[in-house]
Each structure stands twice: as C-alpha cells, then as structure tokens.
Ligand binder design. Sequence first.
Ligand SMILES: Nc1ncnc2c1ncn2[C@@H]1O[C@H](COP(=O)(O)OP(=O)(O)O)[C@@H](O)[C@H]1O
Ligand SMILES: [Mg+2]
Length: 587
Amino acid sequence: MLKRIGPIQIKDRHRHLLAHIRKNVGRLLLGSICSLMISAATAAMAYLIRPVMDDIFVQKDAQRLAVLPVVIIFVFLINGLGRYGQEYFMNWVGEDIIRRLRNQLYDRIQDLPLAFFQRERTGTLMSRITNDVNILKSLVSSAVSSSVRDTFTIIFLTGVIFYQNWRMAIAAFVVLPLAFWPIFELGRRVRRVSTGCQEAMADLNAFLHETFAGNKIVKAFNMQQHEKERFFERTRRLFRLEIKGVVIRSLSSPIMEFFGGLAIAFVIWYGGSEVLSGKTTPGTFISFLASVLLLYDPVKKLSYLNNALQQGLAAADRVYDIIEAQSDIQDPAQPQSMRKGAHDVRFEQVYFSYGDKPVLKGIDLTAGHGRTLALVGMSGGGKTTLVNLVPRFFDITSGRICIDGIDIRDYRVADLRNEIAVVTQDPILFNETVRDNIAYGNPSADDEAITAAARAAYAHEFILRFPKGYDTYIGELGSHLSGGEKQRLCIARALLKNAPILILDEATSSLDTEAEALVQKALENLMRGRTTFVIAHRLSTVAKADQILVVVDGRIVEQGTHEHLLAVKGEYAKLYAMQFASNGNRQ
Ligand SMILES: Nc1ncnc2c1ncn2[C@@H]1O[C@H](COP(=O)(O)OP(=O)(O)O)[C@@H](O)[C@H]1O
Ligand SMILES: [Mg+2]
C-alpha cells in the first residue's frame, strides 16, 4: 500500500523502520534538544550582529562592549555542546537501528528455505547485511538530526528576519522557494542511481566471494588475467554509476546557490536602498543579511536530506524484500508428535520439480524400521534430490512422504530434522574448534562422547596430530585438511547426533579405498537399528544394503537385493560390470 506524504512516498514497510526508530525515542529526544540548542545559537548569532553594529560601532556604547563578548562566548559554548550531543545521540540511535536491522535480516535469512540460498548469490546476501544496512544508518542518523536541527534553524532565523524588517523579509521569501522544485526533481533521480549503485556493489561482493573461494580453480586454469578483467569491468560500471550519482547530487547545490544568490542580490538592493533612505539602521540590515546567509546552509542541508532519504529508502526496499520473504517450508497449525525410536519412511507417488524442471517422477519406496536402503544410478538421476526431500529441504510437488504413516508436513520442521542425521558429499565444517564441529547441533555432548564419535569415524588419530588437538580451529588448519579427513569429521558429527534416520549422500566419496573400508565398518555400526538412506558410487559399499533402488532419470527402474539385481541382468548389473571393468583396468 502506498501512502503519499509530501513529495516522498512512504510504504508500509517503511513504517517498520519507523518502529525501530520509535524504540529510541528517549535518545532521539535528547538529540533533538541538542539540535535545538544549535538552532537557537545560530539564530542568536545572527540577531547579535545588530547590537554589535548599532550599539558598539555606531552608538559607541562602552557598557555594551563589556557585555556582548561574554554573551557571544556563551552562545558559542551552547552551540558546541549542542553539536557534540547531537552527534553522539543521533549516531547512537543510527548504530542501534543498524544492529537491530542486521539481526532481523540474519534471523530471517537463516529461516529461509534452502532453495533461497541456491537461488541467491552468497555475496549478494552478504551485501544486504553489510552495505545496504549501512546506508540506512546514514539515513537515520544524519537525516533525523538534520531534519530537526535544520528545520528549527530555519524557523528561528526566519523569526529573526521578520523581527528585523518584515517588509524586506517578505521580499526575500518570494524568491527562495523557487529553489525547491529542482531539488525534489533531482531527489527522484538520486534514488534511481543509488539503487543501481547498491546493486552493482552487491554484484561486486558476489564476484569477490566466488573468485576468492574458488581461487584454486582460477589458478589451475590460468584465469587470473580473465578474472582481473572481469573485476575491472565491474569496478568500471560501479564507477560510472557513482559518478552519475555525484553529478546529480552536486547539481542540487549550484542550483540552490544560484537561487540563493538571486535572493541575496535582491536583499542587498532592497535593504541598501532602505538604509540609504534612513528607514533602517545599518546594524539591522547587516543582521538581516547575515540571517539570510545563515538560512542558506540549513535549507541546502534539508535538500540533501531528500537525497539521503531517497538513497535510504532504496536500500530499505532491498532489505525489506528479504525481511518480508516468507519461507514456504512452514510448520503445520496442529503438529503431530514424533514417535520415539526407529522410524519407517515411505514415499507414495512423489513428484518433485525445481521450478518447472521435473526431477522426480512418481517415486514409491519404503524404508522399513532400521533397514538400509541404497540408491544407485548415474549422476543427475535425482538421488540427492530424493533424499533432500526427507528433511524437507524442499517440499514435494505432489504425492506424500510419510514417517510412521504420518505425512512429514504434519510434523514440526524442527522435530522432523531432529530425527535425521545427514552426511553430504561436500564436507562442510565451520570455523570453530574441531570439538565444536563434531558437537555441532549437540552442544551438551561431553568429551567422552565426542572422542568416541571421532574414534568410530576413524578421525581420532589425525585430530590428535593437529597443533591443539580437539581445540584446533578449523580455520587454522585451512587447506591442510584433506577431503577424506573433512569427511570423517562430518561422519563423526553425524554419529554424535545419534538420530534414528540416517542419510549418507556419497559420504565416503573422498576417502581412499583403505580409509573407506575402515569408515565403512563405522558406518555399518552406526546403521544398525537405524533407517538409512545411502547413496554411493562404489557398489561394493551398497552390496550389503537390505534393498537397492536403481534411480534413472527421476524414476526407480529396478529394486531388490544385490544378488537379485545381478541375476536380473538389468541396469544394476550393467553398472556393476562397468565398475568392475574400470577397477580391473586400474589394478
Ligand atoms: N537446486 C537445483 N535447481 C535446479 N535443478 C537442480 C537443482 N539441484 C539439482 N538439480 C537437477 O536435478 C537433477 C537431479 O540432480 P541430483 O538429485 O543432484 O542427482 P544425483 O544426486 O542423482 O546426481 C539434475 O538434472 C540436476 O541438474
Ligand atoms: Mg548427488
């Protein structure tokens, strides 16, 4: 819903921003009082010119000479205190709002579905939290303080102007407002350019993230020069946009100045003739002129305020696009409670598409209590997609997935995921200690349990060789950790979670045959009594599964035990023969 307030459009979402501002009402008030002090001091300075001129210089009043300098010192003191207080309180509020917005953004982003993270580039998301939010800060701190200070300065100075000579005042005010129209016109353009700049910045961030994270590939393919050029192209685009912004923003000032000059020329001509004809004292005239000159600065600042506001609102739009995004993976209104112990998992005519790309086409399967179900097939067949549906990383398009006969969408998402431990093909660890990584999601685990999990995953020995053993930060190890070692840490993490449903998606793909044989034993121990989905390339690791499903192009084309499938001489037998042949060649 759009609401028009003056020349600025205020949307509902901006009212949420105002709600953040309202939380800081006390400090805003203090800041405003400080702003008022500045405004009053500025007006007082303009006013004081008249007694200085007329009483001291024209009348040669010695008593006044003793008093006025003291008054002036006092006025400057008030002005200084006001400036400090205003900066302090307004920035405090600005920073506080930034912190709240950042937290709110992170809070929302963490709860968004996996599909969102696959769609958005990491760098772009980072840009929302760092860059865009920062722009909002300047909106809040400088805009709020400037609007109070400058508005009151304008009001007070206008008072002084009218008090000194109302006829001259009316004459001056005929000319000044002419300056406002181009300002608002420019404000609209500032907003457009600012959006462009922020988007280019987000793109730059995403680019940096990708080329730094993937630097090994950049080097391996000798693409440094190519990436440099792509980067230079982006900075060039950003540069052009920024300059465009500078042009628009800097146009406001000369336009204002020109109209200001018109007003001042007029005041000098008109006031000068009044002084010459004796209708006004020189002090009144100079004081009047000083007021008009002092008026110029706050009016100009208020015009910048519009620019800041336009930039801020553009940033707010991008921030609120995320804050208002709804996760489509929702908890049910009346959640069912999860049964304790082992579970059975059933797929009934499950269809799934990524967008409009159908991937799974009518999957029926049953993974009974504590049984192991293996999924095999060429890559791209949909195995990962299939297992991703169980923890509701994605919701199915049609059909039903049930755990213990209840649709998984009838459980609370957190309850459902509590029952599932996942080991993925790409091992993901966080920059915490090895201990914390293994205990991830299980922070109350004691050292004994952590060590036991590490031993079972055959990770204990190499962890002890780390500089600080279990207390080594993953980041300290950097690339010293091999793929196989990372995978074993991930397996330890899953072992410690001790969940009744286990998903192993090529969990041993980075291990060499020897390590795999060891970890395989650990996994077999782990799989006992649990309902397990295992995806593996090496068919030797799936041979012992209770049931093997062959997935081709989103369909299950064969199922049965290893022996049965070999006897059928279908897809599985073909895969097996292929692997056997390639193994034979290698040895
Ligand atoms: N996030 C995604 N968005 C769109 N398509 C995807 C996504 N993830 C996988 N796919 C596509 O879905 C198909 C199945 O992929 P996947 O489940 O990873 O297969 P597998 O694990 O059997 O190799 C592939 O064609 C793949 O390109
Ligand atoms: Mg896969």
